[in-house]
Design a protein around this ligand. Structure first.
Ligand code: SAM
Length: 401
């Protein structure tokens, strides 16, 4: 039986996600800002979770309706076919509610009313007053956009950017989904050299190596949907087997990652090893200003410093995991070193013959300091931070005879 699914993504990356879904053979139903809807059977959920590089989650849509009052929300949620999805011992809960430009705007109230309505629906079906909630977790998500409500079941659990390989993080790591999307927005292919001169904990080189070797990003992690009776384990197993069979084990690639911070380079190597691609990437501690290459037609894909400040700060961004290896980061007001750094970048990159370069940054004077207008730029939201991907295209290499 086919279901409607939705995948949230970073704002600005909808087209890349759409392309990924189409390549997986899934039918796109509609595209909105930051969300792509598609339809498919239970196997589609497993495939999407394991193979998608740019989606944040895969959510099964239980229902959609308009509501501008809480009693409407309650009645509509109660009327949804919960019994088709939730077993009697399900540990169901509303894990996330948000509202944009809608009359119902309090996330905590939306969460509470939705939760109550699901309990009522379950009571009616199972003729129970109390539910044991001793079984698997079923996180429910509610989004209200311009009074239109989407109620869904999260099949991913932890966000899909958490591939499982990034044990150690730099001060300002780029999200894995964003790194993959940026690489996929460029014409880079695995037979061309790719250099990230500000690679931090290695996210861009690692995502490029995963793409180049066709390693599915979710191959080694688990998903909430693995506990759902309507997506049986044989479906997950066969999607994982398919992913394993598609890995290219012996592809030679030239992927290089550099950073000025020696500790970060150690972290990058460990992360690449955890991702199974350390043998594909050359990491070295090096100042960007020392970058040179005898190759032609290469690619720089990078996320240079944008004014991040190290140390404890109230405006810290999400920090994964725990431990002393993590430096916290926020946007600093001190951008004093950036004009010189971006100017040097412009000079260093400009010396690389026939190269293309792509950098993503939230530094607002990036282009001016770099000294060359980008052929194209693209606005991408990294959470709440507005960033731009600046794209500079070099010539294509001559066709091999
Ligand atoms: C925004 S972070 C990049 C984060 C990276 N994309 C990741 O996912 O971890 C910028 C990086 O530039 C490095 N950096 C700063 N100045 C540098 C320079 N002159 N040469 C090379 N790396 C530098 C910092 O150590 C930091 O790791």
């Amino acid at each position: 039986m086919d279901h409607l699914y939705l995948c949230p993504c970073h704002f600005g990356l909808e087209a890349v996600l759409k392309r990924e879904l189409t390549d997986l053979g899934l039918n796109i139903v509609r595209v909105e800002d930051g969300r792509v809807f598609f339809e498919g059977d239970a196997a589609a959920a497993a495939k999407a979770n394991i193979f998608l590089r740019t989606a944040e989650r895969v959510q099964l849509v239980i229902g959609e309706f308009d509501a501008s009052a809480f009693d409407e929300l309650f009645e509509e949620v109660k009327a949804l076919p919960w019994d088709e999805f939730l077993p009697v011992d399900a540990n169901f809960f509303v894990s996330k509610a948000y509202s944009v430009k809608s009359k119902l705007f309090s996330p905590s109230d939306i969460q509470r009313i939705t939760g109550k309505a699901v309990v009522e629906a379950m009571k009616r079906k199972h003729r129970l007053t109390i539910f044991p909630k001793s079984g698997a977790s079923f996180p429910i998500r509610v989004a209200i956009i311009k009074d239109h409500v989407t109620v869904s079941l999260d099949t991913s659990g932890e966000s899909l950017h958490k591939r499982g390989y990034r044990k150690l993080r730099s001060a300002a790591p780029i999200s894995e989904t964003l790194a993959a999307a940026i690489i996929m927005l460029t014409p880079w292919k695995e037979d061309r050299i790719l250099v990230d001169p500000f690679c931090g904990c290695g996210t861009i080189p690692i995502e490029a190596a995963l793409i180049g070797r066709n390693i599915a990003p979710g191959i080694s992690r688990s998903f909430a949907g693995e506990e759902y009776p309507f997506i049986p384990s044989r479906i997950w197993n066969s999607a994982r087997e398919e992913a394993k069979s598609l890995i290219v084990r012996d592809r030679k690639m030239a992927i290089e990652g550099y950073d000025i911070d020696n500790d970060i380079m150690t972290a990058a190597r460990q992360n690449a090893a955890a991702a199974g691609v350390l043998d594909t990437i050359h990491f070295q501690t090096r100042d960007m200003r020392a970058l040179s290459s005898s190759h032609q037609y290469g690619f720089i894909i990078t996320n240079p410093p944008y004014g991040e400040r190290l140390g404890p700060d109230t405006r810290t961004r999400e920090v994964e995991g725990s431990g002393s290896n993590i430096k916290r980061v926020s946007k600093s007001d001190d951008n004093s070193g950036l004009p010189a750094l971006y100017k040097d970048m412009g000079e260093v990159f400009g010396k690389l013959k026939n190269w293309s370069y792509f950098f993503v940054t939230s530094y607002d004077k990036a282009q001016e300091s770099f000294g060359k207008k980008a052929d194209k730029n693209r606005k991408i939201y990294n959470g709440m931070i507005k960033t731009y991907l600046y794209e500079y295209y070099g010539p294509k290499p001559p066709k091999k005879q």
